[in-house]
Design a protein around this ligand. Structure first.
Ligand code: ADP
Ligand code: MG
Length: 240
C-alpha cells in the first residue's frame, strides 16, 4: 500500500499539533513511536478520516482523500480502528459486538453475521468468550475481540492506537502475537505503540514523531539499530 502524507497541518485552539507532516512509503506495516503529546493519536485520526487536517493532503495508493463528510463516510468503511481500551460495547456480548459492524456496515443478515463472527472468534481461540460481556473478559480477550471485530469487515487498512497500553503486562503478548500473525498474512496496519520489540521485529517501517513533527522514519531495523537524530537516540535510550 502506498501511503502519502503531504504537508499535513493541524492545530487545536491555535496550538499546533501536526506541523507540516510529510511522508511517502510503499508499506505493509508502520509503527508510529514517540513521546506522549507528540501528535501520534492526532495523526492516526487524520489518516483514518476521523479528523480533518487544517491543510495538506493524504493519498492512499495514489487516491486523494476527499475531506467532505459524504466521501469520508465511504472512505472510513475501508479503515478498521482499534483503540487503547473500552472499544467494545459494554452492553453487548462478544458475539453481538462482532455482529454489529457486519450488519450495519456490510448489510449482512443476522444469520450470516453470526456465522462470520463465529468463524473469526473460533480462529482466534475466542469461542468460549462469545456469550460473555466485556466486563467478564480479560483485557487481552477484549482487545483480541476488538481486533477480530475490526477485521471482520475486511478493511484495507487497520489503525491501532496503543492497543496494549491499558493492558496488564501478561496480556500484551497475546494481543501482539495476534496482530503479528495478521500482518504476516498481509493485513496493512499502522500502529501507535510503546512496545519497541514489536515495532522493531513485527513492523516493516517506523515513523518517529516528536513535538508535532516526523523527526525520522525508515525501515524498522535501521531506526532501531542506527538512529540518526539526537531526538531518536535520546528517546530510545530512555525507553529501551
Ligand atoms: P500523542 O498521541 O502523541 O500523545 P496527541 O495526538 O494525543 O499526542 O496530542 C497532541 C497534542 O494535541 C496534545 O498536546 C493534546 O493535548 C492536543 N490535543 C489532542 N486532541 C485535542 C483536542 N481534541 N482538542 C485540543 N487539544 C487536543
Ligand atoms: Mg496518543
Amino acid at each position: 500500500m502506498n501511503i502519502e502524507l503531504i504537508n499535513i497541518c493541524k492545530s487545536f485552539a491555535g496550538k499546533l499539533v501536526l506541523q507540516d507532516i510529510s511522508f511517502q512509503e510503499e508499506v505493509h506495516s508502520i509503527a508510529v513511536i514517540g513521546p506522549s503529546g507528540g501528535g501520534k493519536s492526532t495523526l492516526l485520526r487524520v489518516i483514518g478520516g476521523l479528523l480533518n487536517p487544517d491543510s495538506g493532503e493524504i493519498k492512499i495508493d495514489g487516491i486523494k482523500i476527499d475531506f467532505n463528510e459524504k466521501a469520508l463516510q465511504l472512505y472510513r468503511r475501508n479503515i478498521g480502528f482499534v483503540f487503547q481500551a473500552k472499544g467494545l460495547f459494554e452492553h453487548l456480548t462478544g458475539m453481538e459486538n462482532m455482529m454489529l459492524p457486519l450488519i450495519h456496515s456490510f448489510g449482512m443478515n443476522k444469520y450470516d453475521a453470526e456465522k462470520a463472527g463465529d468463524d473469526l472468534l473460533k480462529r482466534f481461540g475466542l469461542s468460549d468468550e462469545k456469550n460473555k460481556y466485556p466486563y467478564q473478559l480479560s483485557g487481552g480477550q477484549q482487545q483480541r475481540i476488538a481486533i477480530a471485530r475490526a477485521i471482520a469487515v475486511k478493511p484495507k487498512l487497520l489503525l491501532l492506537d496503543e492497543p496494549t497500553s491499558a493492558l496488564d503486562p501478561e496480556y500484551t503478548a497475546e494481543v501482539l502475537d495476534m496482530l503479528g500473525e495478521l500482518q504476516n498474512e498481509g493485513l496493512k496496519t499502522i500502529i501507535v505503540t510503546h512496545e519497541m520489540g514489536f515495532a522493531k521485529n513485527a513492523c516493516e517501517k517506523v515513523m518517529f514523531l516528536v513535538n508535532n513533527q516526523i523527526i525520522e522514519s525508515g525501515k524498522s531495523n535501521e531506526i532501531f539499530n542506527a538512529p540518526k537524530s539526537p531526538e531518536l537516540m535520546a528517546f530510545l535510550n530512555k525507553i529501551l
